[in-house]
Write a protein of this length. Structure first.
Ligand SMILES: Cc1cc2nc3c(=O)[nH]c(=O)nc-3n(C[C@H](O)[C@H](O)[C@H](O)COP(=O)(O)OP(=O)(O)OC[C@H]3O[C@@H](n4cnc5c(N)ncnc54)[C@H](O)[C@@H]3O)c2cc1C
Length: 473
């Protein structure tokens, strides 16, 4: 197995169950053979949260059926391994969406629950936790628990990176929309103040937004950005027309995904070569992109309507995949920080990036709202997502810059997204997620032998099998 970023390689025994009974058999096998096991969805997390070196993986991707869909209540019950795009394909023509869907539409439902992922609508709908009505969890002893939102385990399982058991299925709340189309406005903002002022307006007027940030703009231009904001719109299509349009939309997404991945694989080495001159190249590219967006904005050509499918999901394969963007020594990191100190946080985090020998290749900002999961990434604030492609000779200096980013975030009361992490240390983890103790308590009760674990859990020290003394707060 290789992590998505490509810099972590592991070997595991893989079971691919199609029934609950086969899941139980896999757990029994691991217990009898002294192995731990890690459930895995689509493997679209960037780091090591779905890896389990030298032990077993439970690949849930073949448990991918829709079990029930109730159009009236707008609720859908699905098996754990179904991909988010498959849910869209089943419900979108009924004018429903699944809020909090990440850009990676091939993520599985259980993967989205366990990493508590977020979408471009995060400040409206929160993270994935908020869409979950109930789920069923297979415990280490083979028992199945039905967990609804009032259950004491709900906030431990959601966002709990698969450490308490195997999610078998889940009921999700869908959200009504007027049509499958959104109007997109691309709004350039010249600096951090303009960015935050415009975002405050966009958060009131729009339904979803994602911000491209020029991490190379410094001085008075620091925080220079382009906000891509979307609003649902009415369209007059009949249901059968809508079905046809959406079918063509899925085909197009699929075609572009295949084409994008093939193209990037072919030209990946050229991209790597170009990134050897990363600083001037990215600086030039960012200036050009910003200037083009500003020109389009000034000449009234910065808005258009398009299928939400495209706005929501296409970016995940029109940009090169993580292992190419980040290269053999790279990493991603997504950091949240509170709204109250957003200006200072953005300036500090971008300043750290600029002082690194290899600043990030991509930088994306999103708005969020808090939730109650024990290991929660979301809060009332914003996040910055960086992708770094350090050159070999700058590996140590780049890593030091990432550590400074994390330390600055922790100092500001911010959080780190575990689905995009591969560097957090136990000390950093304990500070970011003080409620991990509650998760560990549940784990000691439900899985005292540490049957369920992962490389990430071992790395950050939340594995009871390690019997590690936990620091006092
Ligand atoms: C191009 C791209 C874009 C992305 N965009 C976003 C984004 O916009 N927002 C965002 O938040 N994330 C984003 N991500 C990250 C991705 O959506 C998450 O990492 C998501 O968790 C991946 O789902 P998965 O099914 O691949 O999970 P995996 O990576 O397979 O697993 C994730 C976690 O879930 C656990 N797990 C999986 N299935 C089960 C199960 N049945 N029972 C118990 N535990 C289970 C695993 O042990 C692991 O801890 C993006 C990733 C990519 C590659």
């Amino acid at each position: 197995m290789t992590s998505l970023v490509g810099s972590i390689r592991t070997r595991s025994l893989v079971a691919r169950p199609t029934t609950i009974e086969q899941c139980r058999e896999a757990l029994d096998y691991c217990r009898q053979n002294g192995m731990s096991i890690c459930a895995r969805g689509a493997g679209r997390g960037y780091g090591d949260l779905a890896l389990n070196d030298g032990n077993a993986l439970l690949d849930m991707s073949a448990m991918n059926r829709i079990l029930e869909f109730d159009e009236e209540t707008a609720q859908i019950t699905v098996e754990a391994g179904i991909r988010l795009i498959d849910i869209y394909q089943a419900v979108h023509h009924h004018l429903l969406v699944l809020p909090a869907s990440p850009t990676e539409s091939h993520s599985s439902v259980a993967g989205a629950i366990c990493a508590n992922v977020n979408g471009k609508d995060a400040w409206h709908h929160g993270s994935f936790a908020r869409q979950v009505v109930r789920l069923r969890l297979l415990l280490a002893n083979g028992e199945i628990l039905d967990i609804d939102r009032s259950h004491e385990l709900f906030n431990a399982v959601v966002g709990g990176i698969g450490l308490l058991g195997v999610i078998l299925d889940a009921t999700l709340q869908l959200h009504p929309i007027p049509s499958p189309y959104v109007e997109i406005n691309r709004i350039p903002t010249a600096d951090v103040d303009a960015l935050l002022e415009t975002m405050a307006r966009v958060e009131k007027s729009h339904d979803a937004a994602v911000v491209w940030v020029d991490a190379y703009a410094d001085g008075s231009r620091i925080g220079r950005s382009v906000i891509h904001a979307a609003q649902w719109i009415e369209r007059p299509e009949t249901e059968s027309e809508r079905r046809q349009i959406l079918e063509a939309g899925y085909e197009r997404l699929d075609r572009h995904r295949q084409f994008g991945l093939a193209l990037h694989e072919k030209f990946g080495p050229i991209l790597s070569l170009m990134l050897q001159v990363q600083r001037p190249m990215m600086n030039y590219f960012n200036r050009l992109y910003y200037a083009m967006c500003r020109l389009a904005y000034r000449t009234g050509r910065s808005s258009n309507s398009e299928l939400f499918l495209r706005f929501g999901f296409e970016a995940s394969f029109t940009v090169p995949p993580a292992h190419l963007v980040c290269g053999p020594h790279g990493y991603t990191v997504q950091l949240t920080f509170p709204r109250s100190s957003a200006r200072e946080a953005i300036i500090e985090l971008l300043g750290i990036c600029q002082s690194s020998p290899c600043p990030p290749v991509t930088t994306i900002l999103r708005a969020h709202k808090p939730d109650d999961s024990l290991i929660s990434f979301s809060e009332d604030g914003y996040s910055l997502n960086f992708e770094f492609h350090p050159k070999e000779r700058h590996e140590a200096a780049s890593r030091a810059a990432v550590d400074r980013l994390i330390d600055a975030t922790v100092r500001r009361g911010g959080k780190i997204h575990l689905a995009k992490d591969q560097v957090l240390t136990p000390e950093q983890f304990y500070r970011v997620f003080p409620r991990y103790r509650e998760l560990l308590e549940f784990k000691r009760r439900l899985d005292p032998d540490g049957l369920f674990t992962s490389d990430l859990a071992r790395r950050v020290g939340i594995d009871p099998a390690l019997n590690k003394p936990q620091p006092e707060q």
